[in-house]
Design a protein around this ligand. Sequence first.
Ligand code: NAD
Length: 350
Amino acid sequence: MRVLVTGGAGFIGSAACRRLVAEGHAVANIDKLTYAANPKSLAALAGDPRYRFERDDICDAAAMTRIFAAHEPDAVLHLAAESHVDRSISDAADFVRTNLLGTYQLLEAARQYWGRLPAGRASRFRFIHVSTDEVFGSAPEGRFREDTRYRPSSPYSASKAGSDHLAGAWHKTYGLPVIICNCSNNYGPYQFPEKLIPLAVLNAFDGRPVPVYGDGSNVRDWLFVEDFVDGLLAVVQHGAVGQSYNFGSGRETTNLEIVEQICATLDSLVPNGRPRRALISFVPDRPGHDRRYAIDPTKARNELGWRPRIELETGLARTVKWYVENPAWWGPLRSNIYRGERLGLVEARR
Ligand code: NAD
């Protein structure tokens, strides 16, 4: 396959690029290289004739048209987005621009390109829109199914919800072969150190306070990034056009449990004589913080044969070890781009 990946210099996108090329597919990676991108995540692909990189903004209509014509993809994996909830609370402009306008421009460029493909290739073409379980909002009970109502809470999840609706409309109205993936929180190597797990790993490693929002009882369903990439490939190959699929481990863990486990893993990997859980520091909660996300992955399991393969303990141990062994990847980010400061607090109304 020839696959056009957007946001391939980010966390999940780089894992997808590495896997696709390893499996013999040709990849064109379109990325604007925002603060969240790290070309070092793609170092293994440098010089590989199956891999091409284009620095472009998905909001640029002419660039997207040119890219479809130049790379003639069989499938699109659309991952480019502004992805950090706290940043969306501080300033939502880039979220609305990239996640809504950018998705619109990409859908339009894909529609024009797909409309001109010969019938056989057009029927095999797929546009995979990558989204989040956060569009469903907080789940007081039960688990998110594909037909759960959208109730986004944050500017980030609202912009993703809007992009899901655009993608769905481009299928219903124009027939574009769209499939939507709603995934729970991913973790693993190469994740930008503003997100909970890498932030906790690096702060605990450095002996700095490890911030936990509120009382740490918010529940998430963590999925190892390689498992989600498995799911994306299964969707490209076996997903039903016009459908959406939920991906998650089906296991619920509180943020406090995650951070405690990270501290314990670091203690055994690089002991420093003092249990690192003493560094855990409870900080004011995130405004609008969803209490619980919980995925029901039955549809992906039954229709795609997908299953998560990496248990949380194994994936966390692997992730912690990767950060400990790869300071050249995260060091420059921690010194130059994000120093661990608190983002996304809202001033109280007077
Ligand atoms: P990320 O922030 O690590 O990477 C996003 C990438 O998109 C970056 O490389 C960035 O440079 C690029 N990008 C941003 N704006 C762009 C633009 N206008 N044009 C071109 N490129 C642009 O994100 P991630 O965590 O890898 O998430 C990827 C996708 O998966 C997102 O759509 C996100 O909403 C979704 N998702 C993420 C998670 C998660 O836990 N990380 C869970 C479910 C869904």
